[in-house]
Design a protein around this ligand. Sequence first.
Ligand code: NFS
Length: 677
Amino acid sequence: MQSLFPEKEHLNPQIFDDSTEEMLKHAQSLGIETVFDKQAKSKCNFGSNGVCCKQCIMGPCRISERSNTGSCGANADTIVARNLLMMVSRGTAAHSSHAFHIASTLLKTAHNSTSFKIKDPQKLLSIARKIKIDTSKGIENTAVLTATQAISDILSDKTTMKFATSYYPASVSENLQNLGVFPGSVGKELLEAGHETSMGTMADHTALILHAARMGVADIASLIISTELQDVIFGLPIPFFSKIGFNVLDIDKVNVVVHGHVPLLSEKIVEFSEDEELLKKAMSLGASGINVVGCCCTGNELLMRHGIPLVGSNINQELVIATGLVEAFVVDVQCIFPNVENVVKKFHTKLISTMKEGRFQSAEHIPFEDENTDETAKKILNAAIENFPKRGKKIFLPKDEPKDMIAGFSLETCVGLLSRINQDDPLKPLIENINNGNIYGIVLLAGCTNPLVSEANHVSIAIELLKHNVLIVTTGCAAQSCARAGLLTPDAAERYAGDKLINVLRALGEISGLGNPLPPVWHFGSCVDNSRVINLISALAEKLGVPIKDLPVAASAAEWVTEKAAAIGTGTMAMGITVHLGVAPPVLGSPAIVSLLTQKSEELFGGKFIVEADPIEASRMILEHIRKAREKLGLSGSAAMTVNDSLPVKEPSKPATIEVETKMPEPVIQHPPKLTG
Ligand code: NFS
């Protein structure tokens, strides 16, 4: 058979994770094309620079040596800025549609018309107090008012989003308001963006970019709505031991992969996978049980609350099916490659779509409504079970065992853990350790995995930064990359954390009851859960009384792919956080826009974009940004460091300031009730 990978350079064997490479070879041997081949063939360079305009049918036009404007005279700056605003808007539409769905579910749940419960009334009360909603008339009424406020933030004709004004530090809101980039409702922003980007309307590229920033800020508020209200319905994340890898699929069981982002139905699939009737039926057909595993961000959501193992990130989805072991590949919305339709045709796997926004020509569509999730979950599990006897002989798993990991961090997890050190002022120990340099800075590794850069960049950056005592928090597919590389384990702390950070991790591991250091990379959940990190950073800024832009923090989306990542990155930057991008956004065709995003933005927002493909150089730039922030705050340990400074010391040079004042508590990290592998 002709190789699908005649030139294998883009799969650098040194940096590509072994299991993925093994699965790729297997898929290749079956003649299956995946994103790895398709991207190399399809990528368009004009589009990459952002200078392609499809706004009207005098075009499509593109800026080239032959013409420096489109047919209507729109120049590269206008075209690039318009394209960027449309990209950020689509990402925001996806996130806010998710937020709208969750808020509606909470509203219906409060009216008792779903099978969901208000699982965490305390969280609901804390949200309500934060957005200044009356809590005096009972939990159901509070839920109705909170959900209604969220829906109004998404769809009404308002001038400010309450979830933004209430959650962002005052200094951030004030700056955004002064710049005229504080969002009204998301719907209003989307409507205006659609209008402005239509042919012959907005031709001021600065106004378009400022609107992109306003949209990004609205996007972050949408994330906050989704995360906060999901916690109310499903409960807070709990630190869990779990596993990641293709081999979390179980040869003896009915394997159900849940993929996408909105965890409403998948929560029910997990719940009913333990239903006795269904288990009996699975066993009667020769299986030893039902094994639900997660892909992408739906997987991250289930991991955070139930310890459900992860089978893969966005670039693994086709390969998961190519194992031949998946009875049902159940998708909700977002980041689902249409190619999964082609791959399932080679196997017995049923592709089951479940939401009206995410349909496929040949998939079986089993839609769920909030009112019938139980029945739909059972129907899907039945379909998976009945498919088990049809499993073919073309099954394959890579030889590597799944990797261990600990996940389930959140602002509440951190505060809960730290309150074991200082009950009255939980953030104080964290701040003391940032002040004295035991924690040199905090960096969020977020976003997708990208087939062009393989899985190495998140991991390389994490390892470089850890050496320099930077604490890593991570979400989304980036978290999965780090997990696959074994970075979410106590061993990784001993191996990679710098000489000061390791003391902090050891102390925290001790007070958590783990008996080992905490992992040096903290998994904060799905991409939507970037809001948890924003909330942590906001809490630190407010506690220290400094704007976010002055904190020794940064974010990195080293392998970003989607419009949603563009929205989160833009919103994060507008809040004052410097964001590294490992893949250039489609703006290089306009030097004016490049300058706005990478330089002028710092004057306006305090945050800026750093674009650097090389992970080691990117780490150096991030460290330099943190060094400057520390210097400005007058913190110790601000001397220049480069990534060449080797800091392999594993013995503590001086003890961390964390002291355990309380009696040793019960362990807080749990084993999930069921684990494969
Ligand atoms: Ni976020 Fe990237 Fe998708 Fe999740 Fe993964 S691709 S933008 S990380 S699954 S949303």
